[in-house]
Design a protein around this ligand. Structure first.
Ligand code: MG
Ligand code: MG
Length: 251
């Protein structure tokens, strides 16, 4: 069942999203060679909890142990922060963050370069971000969920990249994962109709090679099956009569 949110609930999600956005901005500034993914996680948790009533959404969700998912290079999503994972020059690192505030969640991810990266890695990040923007532009009252995925897929595959199928975006609200699922692929004019008050996380996961994935023995980290680079960008948005409202952008 899709739950529609009131204007007040959307405002609360926007305040949660503001904390998410500022957490990701802080981490983006921190990222440098030699830092561990655990360092990022510790700073993120401290920053989130410094806001009255705010908690990391991910910690404890389905048993996930940390505040962030940090996924490096061929890791697509759900990397577990660790003092053993050291950021190295030339890597790209996906940082995914959720905040729970006053009963509601917000969810966003960005991919960041560690020092100087290859032109190919930069292009993958740029295209993935563009595919997210294309998806958000379709998030209009009267359109369908499938229009979002179709737009993402058109941009990503048009650039020669793979679109991950096994993982999708999602409704979000009082629960972190709600209906509907928001795939990053598929035909337009299919799936649920978008109506005002829906809140969804759109999150393209795009690979420089094939779309196939596998999960590491830690049972969390999802990597590209062919070892190619992956990028991940995400925003939580509300469907409104005035168009998509991005809730995970710093106010
Ligand atoms: Mg996320
Ligand atoms: Mg998400």
């Amino acid at each position: 069942m899709i739950t529609l949110k009131s204007a007040k609930e959307i405002d609360t999600m926007s305040r949660a999203g503001d904390i998410v956005a500022r957490t990701l901005e802080m981490l983006r500034d921190m990222v440098r060679p030699g830092l561990t993914t655990e360092d990022l996680d510790a700073e993120a948790e401290k920053f989130i909890r410094s806001h009255k009533g705010a908690k990391p959404s991910f910690k404890g969700l389905y048993g996930f142990p940390k505040t962030l998912c940090v996924s490096i290079d061929e890791e697509i999503v759900h990397g577990i922060p660790s003092p053993k994972r050291v950021l190295a020059v030339g890597s790209i690192v996906s940082i995914d963050c959720g905040v729970y505030l006053e009963g509601l969640h917000a969810d966003s991810a960005t991919t960041v370069a560690v020092g100087t990266i290859s032109a190919e890695a930069q292009r993958l990040m740029d295209v993935t971000q563009q595919s997210l923007e294309a998806g958000i532009r379709e998030a209009l009252v009267g359109q369908h969920v499938g229009d979002i995925g179709h737009a993402v897929q058109t941009v990503a595959e048009g650039a020669g990249y793979g679109v991950v199928r096994e993982l999708v975006g999602h409704g979000i609200g009082t629960r972190f994962h709600e209906e509907p699922q928001v795939p990053n692929y598929g035909p337009p004019k299919r799936r649920e109709r978008l109506v005002a008050g829906m809140t969804i996380a759109i999150e393209p996961m795009i690979t420089a090679g094939g779309p196939q994935t596998r999960t590491l023995p830690d049972k969390w980290t999802v990597v590209t099956a062919d070892g190619s680079l992956a990028a991940h960008f995400e925003h939580t948005i509300a469907i409104t009569p005035e168009g998509p409202r991005i809730l995970t952008r710093a106010a």
